[in-house]
Design a protein around this ligand. Structure first.
Ligand SMILES: Cc1ncc(COP(=O)(O)O)c(C=O)c1O
Length: 384
C-alpha cells in the first residue's frame, strides 16, 4: 500500500482543532457557557431511576419524537420539520454534502466558525465570501450579500449571533435576506445558524428563531452553547421543505444511522428543563460580558472591541497603531507562558491582530484573573 502521509486531505487543516487538545488555566478560547455536568442532568431527570429502562437500540434517522417535539417548541415549527443531528456541526456538514459540489457556488458570511467554511470547501463547491469588517462592527446586510448570489448558488450560509463576534442580525434583516435569496439565487437554500440564539445576557428576551422565514430557509442549533452541553453532541436542523428534509434524513442514515438514543434523551431533558439550565448561565454570561466591557475600557490604550449582542464570545483587536506585524507575532508567542488561551482571528478568516475571547466558560474569579494575566502580557509587549 502506498501511504502519502503529507498529502492534503479533502478538508483544509485549521488550528482551531487545538481547542480540543489544549486547555490552559486561563482558557479564554472556549465558546460555550459553563459545562453542564452529568450529575446536574440526572437531577433534572428526577434521578438515575428515570433512565434505567431506556432502550439502547438504534434511534430513528429523523430523531426521537420526544426531542423533536422539544425542539419544535423552541423554534416554533412542527416537530416533523425537525431532524436531530450529532451536533449542529454535522447538520451543516450534511447540508453542504447534499446541496453543493464542483461547479456550484456557495456564499458565506465571514469571519465565521471555521467548519462552516471548511466543510463546504471539502465538497469542491466554489466559495464566495461576504467579508464583514471589524470597523463596521461585523454588521451583515442583504445589500452586502447581494453581489455574492447568482443562479449557480446552491447554499447561502450565515450565523446569528456570529461566531467569533457575537454580533446578531435582526429578524427583519434575515427576512430581507431570505427574500433576496429567493430572487437572486432561486436554486439556493439559506442556512441560518442559530447555535448561539439562546445565549442571551441576564433577563434579556430570547430573539425569535428564523425557522419560519420560508421554505428556502433551514436553521440549525444545538444544546452545545447556551445550555453548556457540547459533550452530548446533539443538535438539529429545521427543514420546512419536504424534499430537502427527506434528502437530509437519508444523508444522516448514510453517515451516522441515528443519533445516540441516550444522548437524545438527555438533550430532551435539558430542553424540557430549559429555564433551570439557561437562567444561571445567562446570569454568568451577563456578568462575563460586563467584566470584559469594563476591562476593555481600561485597556483602550492597546485594544478595541466589537461589543457582542449575544453568545459567550466577542472579538477584540490589538490596536494597529501599537502592534505591528512583529508585535502581533510576539503577542501570540507570549500566551502559553502566561497560561493563556485565545481564539486566533485567522481560524475564522480574520486577521491575527483580532482575537476571539470567550467569557462564558471560566467562573468569574478565574475570568478576572485571566484578564489580569492578559493585561500583563499587553504591558510587557508594546509601548504606545
Ligand atoms: C456558529 C456555530 N455553529 C455550529 C457549531 C457547532 O456546534 P455543535 O456541533 O457543538 O452543535 C459551533 C461551535 O462552535 C458554532 O460556533
Amino acid at each position: 500500500m502506498n501511504f502519502e502521509p503529507n498529502r492534503a486531505g479533502r478538508f483544509p487543516r485549521n488550528e482551531i482543532i487545538s481547542l480540543l487538545e489544549v486547555n490552559r488555566r486561563y482558557n479564554l478560547a472556549e465558546s460555550t457557557s459553563q459545562d453542564l455536568t452529568f450529575g446536574e442532568l440526572v437531577a433534572l431527570a428526577g434521578g438515575l431511576s428515570a433512565l434505567e429502562n431506556l432502550n439502547l437500540g438504534y434511534g430513528s434517522s429523523a430523531g426521537s419524537p420526544r426531542l423533536r417535539a422539544g425542539i419544535a417548541g423552541l423554534t416554533g415549527v412542527d416537530a416533523q420539520d425537525v431532524i436531530t443531528m450529532p451536533g449542529a456541526a454535522h447538520g451543516l456538514f450534511l447540508l453542504g454534502m447534499e446541496l453543493c459540489g464542483p461547479g456550484d457556488e456557495a456564499a458565506i458570511a465571514s469571519p465565521c466558525f471555521s467548519p462552516s467554511r471548511d466543510a463546504l470547501a471539502g465538497t469542491g463547491v466554489t466559495l464566495r465570501e461576504c467579508r464583514l469588517a471589524f470597523d463596521d462592527g461585523y454588521r451583515l446586510t442583504a445589500q452586502a450579500l447581494a453581489p455574492h448570489l447568482n443562479s449557480r448558488t446552491r447554499l447561502v450560509s450565515l450565523a446569528t449571533p456570529q461566531n467569533p463576534s457575537g454580533v446578531r442580525t435582526p429578524l427583519h434583516e434575515l427576512q430581507a435576506i431570505a427574500e433576496m435569496v429567493r430572487r437572486l439565487a432561486p436554486q439556493a437554500y439559506l442556512f441560518i445558524d442559530e447555535t448561539y440564539r439562546e445565549a442571551t445576557y441576564g433577563e434579556e428576551p430570547t430573539p425569535e428563531s428564523a425557522a419560519r422565514l420560508g421554505p428556502n430557509v433551514v436553521t440549525g442549533a444545538s444544546v452545545s452553547k447556551a445550555y453548556g452541553a457540547p459533550g452530548l453532541r446533539i443538535g438539529w436542523l429545521t427543514v420546512p421543505d419536504v424534499g430537502l428534509r427527506e434528502r437530509l434524513t437519508i444523508a444522516k442514515m448514510n453517515s451516522v444511522i441515528s443519533c445516540s438514543p441516550l444522548d437524545e434523551t438527555l438533550a430532551a431533558i435539558v430542553i424540557e428543563n430549559r429555564d433551570q439550565v439557561l437562567q444561571p448561565r445567562r446570569k454568568l454570561l451577563a456578568g462575563g460580558r460586563d467584566m470584559v466591557k469594563t476591562w476593555v475600557a481600561s485597556r483602550s490604550d492597546r485594544l478595541e472591541w466589537v461589543e457582542p449582542d449575544g453568545g459567550a464570545l466577542c472579538c477584540l483587536r490589538l490596536r494597529p497603531s501599537v502592534f505591528d506585524r512583529e508585535g502581533v507575532r510576539q503577542f501570540w508567542a507570549a500566551l502559553p507562558d502566561a497560561e493563556l488561551q485565545l481564539g486566533d482571528g485567522a481560524w475564522f478568516g480574520e486577521s491575527s491582530s483580532v482575537f476571539r475571547l470567550g467569557f462564558g466558560y471560566l467562573p468569574p474569579e478565574r475570568l478576572s484573573a485571566a484578564l489580569a494575566a492578559l493585561s500583563t502580557v499587553l504591558d510587557k509587549l508594546a509601548r504606545p
